[in-house]
Design a protein around this ligand. Sequence first.
Ligand code: PHE
Length: 349
Amino acid sequence: MDIKKVLNEVTKEIEQSSSQQELQNVKVAYLGKKGKITELLKSLKDLSLEEKKSSGSKLNLLRIEVDNLIKDKFNDLKIEEINSKLKNEYLDISFPPPNSIASKAHPISKTFDEVITIFGSMGYSVAEGPDIETDFFNFSALNIPENHPAREMQDTFYIDDKDKEGKPYVLRTHTSPVQIRTLLNQKPPVKIIAPGRTYRCDSDSTHSPMFHQVEGLFINENANMGDLKGTLIEFCKQFFNVQNLKVRFRPSYFPFTEPSAEMDIAYEIVDNKIQLGQGDRWLEILGCGMVNPIVLENCNVDTNIYQGFAFGVGLDRITMLKYGLTDIRSFFSGNLNWIASNGFTIGDF
Ligand code: PHE
C-alpha cells in the first residue's frame, strides 16, 4: 500500500479543483463511502494484527490530512468566489454620472443643508411630519377652526380620502403642523426646526403649487420676542452672508401666534441686480410670533409654566434672494441646462 502515492495523487487533484463542485467530487472519490481511502481502511480487516496497527495509524493520518487539505481548499474557493463576485458586480454609487450636468446639486438642496447647519449650531434639532396631513394638524389644532376666514389665507389642496374625523386629508399648506406633532410627542423644553415641502393652489413667478418652508419652534419657561428677533436676525446674517443687515419686523396676524409679525429685509437695486442688506426697499421673507397659548393648551402644555416662539421661513424665497433668481418656477422645471448654470457641485457644500 503506497500511502505517499495516494497522498500525492489526492493533493494534486485537490489543488487542481477550480470549483466547489469539483472539490466535492474529489472528496467523494477519496473519503466517500466507496472512496479510495475508505476502501483502504476497509481492507485493513484482512491484514495481520501487526500490519493492522502500523498501516491503520498511517491510513488514519492520511485520512485526517486529506480531510484538512479539502477543508482548506473549500475555504480558498469560497473566498475566491466572493472576490470575483465583488469584482464583477462592483458598482460605485458615489461616482458622478457621466453627464456632469446631472451631478449638480439643486440650490434648494443647498439651502436645506445651510439652514440645518445654521440652526443646528444654535441648538435646534430637525423634526419631520408628513406632506399629507389631517385637518386637525394643519388647521384646527393651530387655532384655525372650520369656516374661519383665516382658512382662506391659504389656498388648500384637498384629497378625496377622509380621515377618522370624516374630514378630507389635505396637502399641508405650511410646516406649522409639525409644531403640533412635536408638542404632542415631546415634553418642553422643545427646540426644533422642520424643513420640508408645502403646497398651495397658487402659481406665478413668486408662487409655486409646491414650495418649501422651514418651521422653527422654541418652547421653554421664558423665551420671548427679543429672543425670537435675535434668532432670526442671526440666521439671516449667516444665511445671506451679510453682517450689516437692515431688517424690520412688521405687526401681522396668524391664528397660531400672538403677537405675530412678518420680517422684511432691506435691499436696493444696483446695476440692475438685487443687493441685500441696505437700501429703502423691503422684501418679506418669513412669518413669526409668540406661540398662541391656545395652541399650547391644544397640546396639553401647561401655559402657567411654558411659553415660546415659532417662525416659518419661505425657503424658495430666500434661495431666490441669495442667488438673484427671479422666477420660482425655474426651480421645478427639471431643466438640466438650468441646473448646469445654477446648481452646485458637491464640494461647494
Ligand atoms: N405658517 C405660517 C405661513 O405659512 C408662517 C408662520 C409660522 C407664522 C410660524 C408664524 C409662526 O404663512
